[in-house]
Design a binder for this molecule. Structure first.
Ligand SMILES: C[S@@+](CC[C@H](N)C(=O)[O-])C[C@H]1O[C@@H](n2cnc3c(N)ncnc32)[C@H](O)[C@@H]1O
Length: 503
């Protein structure tokens, strides 16, 4: 069905013709298709998988589209419909609750998903109202039954009667406090909105930036590539672009190129591992660890939590240029295999070992054995919500308490594993203070030799500024640690603390 096209109203065109069926206009009204089109059906099936099987939308949707032959503009429509609906679910539920005559949790989950998809078409996409309503009613009829389809029709007409800005004003006015208002309008759980607001304030930023941050989480990021130094240059990588592929320079990292919407695997260097897909925030924190000032030996580097291997591959490329070696450790065997794959283009002899094991054991097994250590700690991922449409609704505060103990142990073990004078980078893709500053504070407070700390923070913003493209002003707070933000830097909200072992 690759020749099918979606019309300007978001409707899929030509599907029936391609299958040899009679088209809408050629049919008598009584025989017209009353079901839905493949893009909407695919989006619905993804939402069901996410809800019923705890699936990840970005793993379910691409193979489903391939299997069903949904391509081109239809695939783009299905993707925006599924991901946008998942991201904005909180906002749409608050609106739908005002249009449905019973609590939303008393609706059948498939019916609620149909309503959410309809709300996104009406309020969040440029699908004209009549097409959005009638196509969603068709979907409801096909997937949840004729009775519920009538209800979908009535509810979506109510939703469509009020323009989005007015809905948002209503939601804001009804919220009990400012953070709840931001959370509902910006479609995040309240506990996450509150944590992000605290993290903004903790970084010396204006908490009023919260709305901009939540909005940035609701915007799909562009695909960013890393040209791994010494393996391929950005100029060579650009030279590999097929006709029509756009590659823009990154905003911060000299290794970054931003892709304009095509498959990165069309680039030979991505296919063979000399380049990869990597957020610029991840690139600059790995570059900063490699650039942090160090006296004496600089021969052995360790990535303690390496899976799936993006930062390990960048570190290994840098290590190769500097005559150092890298050990990459990962606890999950399948992720350790991904690390080995990510490192496939690194010259022989640079990767000492891909170790599968618990990072908490390395410090005891190899005390003081490394010069630079990366702890890219397992975390809530609250800094990468824009990448994972459903994750904000899955996470709970309980996840946080489970992770922060592990984060402390991994950081402390990394300090054991680094030599005196060596550097540890503590990194999370979360700005939550409980996973960032509080972890580091606590570990440094507990690590005392004869009452004196054996490790101290060094200037992470200076290390970051040293690696960004020349002449670029990287805005950061005035603390020793560094926090990147989607709404400020256009990166994931990566946190970086650099720690030096001093005794
Ligand atoms: C944030 S991810 C690392 C991402 C990676 N650095 C990259 O850039 O591709 C954290 C990793 O830590 C791993 N992990 C969790 N607990 C661990 C432990 N106790 N020891 C080592 N690795 C662990 C997870 O399986 C996960 O792959």
């Amino acid at each position: 069905m690759s020749d099918e096209r979606r019309d300007s109203r978001g409707r899929q065109r030509g599907a029936a013709r391609a299958r040899g069926e009679r088209t809408r206009t050629a049919q008598a009204p009584s025989q017209r298709r009353r079901g839905s089109d493949p893009a909407r059906t695919a989006a619905f099936d993804v939402l069901r998988e996410v809800d019923a099987s705890d699936a990840y939308a970005n793993l379910v949707l691409p193979p489903l589209l391939r299997e069903r032959g949904v391509t081109g503009r239809d695939a783009a429509f299905a993707t925006e419909l599924a991901y946008g609906t998942l991201r904005l679910r909180g906002r749409y539920d608050a609106i739908l609750a005002r249009c449905v005559d019973r609590p939303l949790d008393r609706l059948d989950p498939p019916l609620l998903d149909v309503l959410r998809l309809g709300a996104h078409q009406v309020l969040g996409m440029r699908v004209p109202q009549h097409a959005a309503v009638s196509e969603t009613v068709g979907l409801a009829r096909e997937r949840v039954g004729t009775g519920p389809a009538q209800m979908v029709n009535a509810v979506l007409r109510k939703v469509a009667r009020t323009p989005l800005p007015e809905w948002l004003d209503l939601l804001r006015a009804a919220a009990p406090d400012a953070v709840t208002a931001s959370a509902v309008v910006g479609s995040h759980p309240v506990w996450i909105a509150r944590a992000l607001r605290e993290a903004l304030a903790g970084d010396g930023r204006d908490p009023a930036e919260l709305d901009a941050l939540l909005e940035a989480d609701n915007t799909a990021p562009r695909v960013t590539l890393v040209a791994r130094p010494g393996l391929v240059s950005v100029t060579e990588l650009r030279g590999q672009a097929p006709d029509g592929m756009r590659l823009d320079s990154g905003r911060w990292a000299p290794t970054a190129l931003v892709l304009g919407g095509q498959d990165p695997l069309l680039l030979p260097a991505v296919a063979d591992g000399r380049a990869g897909v990597q957020d610029e925030g991840s690139q600059v924190v790995a570059l900063a660890l490699a650039a942090a000032p160090l006296e004496g030996r600089d021969a052995r580097w360790l990535d303690l939590c390496a899976g799936p291997g993006g930062k390990a591959a960048l570190l290994a490329a840098l290590a190769a240029q500097r005559g150092a070696t890298l050990v990459a450790n990962e606890v999950a065997p399948h992720r350790a295999r991904l690390v080995a794959k990510a490192l496939r283009a690194v010259p022989d002899g640079v990767v000492e070992r891909v170790r599968t094991g618990d990072g908490r054991e390395v410090g005891e097994q190899e005390p003081g054995a490394y010069d630079r250590v990366l702890v890219d700690a397992p975390c809530t991922g609250l800094g990468a919500l824009r990448r994972r449409p459903e994750s904000r609704w899955r996470r709970t505060p309980a996840d946080l308490s489970a992770l922060t103990g592990l984060q402390r142990e991994l950081l402390s073990c990394a300090i054991d594993a680094v030599r005196v004078g060596g550097v540890v980078a503590y990194v999370t893709c979360s700005p939550h203070l409980a996973e960032t500053r509080l972890v580091v504070d606590d570990v440094l407070r507990r690590r005392r030799v004869d009452g004196v700390p054996d490790a101290e923070r060094i200037d992470a913003p200076a290390a970051l500024r040293a690696v960004v493209a020349p002449g670029v002003d990287l805005p950061l707070g005035d603390r020793a640690d560094a926090q990147l933000w989607p709404h400020v830097h256009g990166t994931d909200a990566m946190h970086l603390t650099l720690v030096r072992r001093v005794r």
